[in-house]
Design a protein around this ligand. Structure first.
Ligand SMILES: C[S@@+](CC[C@H](N)C(=O)[O-])C[C@H]1O[C@@H](n2cnc3c(N)ncnc32)[C@H](O)[C@@H]1O
Length: 200
């Protein structure tokens, strides 16, 4: 199955999941579910929640459009300046089949998980407007290139982790800033160039 990180750094998520062996894992910002799919096969005894927003203004669309989020621009063309060099459209053109090269299609997200039985797809926008009652051992964030948005996400989810749980934040463009932010309160580790792993 397909991830925006195919061809780049998908192994980070696999390494961390194997190291921590979480019983319950939440991925916030699933897109077509590629990361969760790989992890749910790697850890068949674990349960996964793939959280994906459903409002149009939060969706990543492939056509060059003012609809959605980070959807203006084209692969290897001009992209949203907040993305810096993270050209997600280039990844999709290179690594996803043609059927994925259009407006976001929820059927394709569902299709990803049809041969699995340890994944729940949750269509909602994080932070959720209610308490997350199910806990988690690992939460993976792949939602935003913006520091402020990831801080907002972190401050919601850090309340709901199980004992010794972890948050793996995709802190694209602001790894050092995010590390400094959480390191004041929690034990944190920088992983490669883009990620911060926090023990909560
Ligand atoms: C960078 S993509 C995720 C890529 C995916 N993890 C993969 O490996 O292919 C970000 C996804 O998060 C979704 N998203 C953005 N903000 C969100 C939010 N606040 N809550 C839930 N989903 C969100 C977007 O619609 C998009 O599908």
């Amino acid at each position: 199955m397909y991830s925006m990180h195919d061809g780049a750094n998908i192994s980070v998520h696999q390494e961390i999941a194997q190291r921590l062996n979480p019983k319950t894992c939440v991925e916030i910002g699933a897109y077509y579910g590629g990361i969760t799919y790989k992890l749910c096969k790697l850890l068949p005894q674990s349960h996964f929640f793939a959280i994906q927003a459903y409002h149009d203004h939060k969706l990543n669309h492939m056509p060059d459009t003012p609809r959605g989020e980070y959807s203006v621009g084209s692969a290897e063309g001009s992209i949203d300046p907040d993305l810096k060099d993270k050209d997600w459209k280039r990844s999709v053109v290179r690594h996803f089949p043609k059927e994925y090269h259009d407006y976001f299609d929820f059927n394709l997200l569902v299709k990803t998980f049809q041969d699995t039985d340890n994944v729940s797809i949750l269509l909602d926008t994080s932070p959720l407007k209610y308490d997350w009652k199910l806990g988690f051992d690992l939460a993976i964030f792949d939602v935003s290139p913006l520091f402020e948005e990831n801080v907002k996400q972190f401050n919601y989810w850090c309340k709901y982790g199980n004992n010794s749980s972890h948050i793996l934040m995709g802190a694209y463009t602001h790894q050092e800033e995010f590390y400094q932010y959480v390191d004041k309160r929690y034990k944190a580790e920088k992983i490669r160039d883009d990620y911060v792993l926090v023990c909560i």
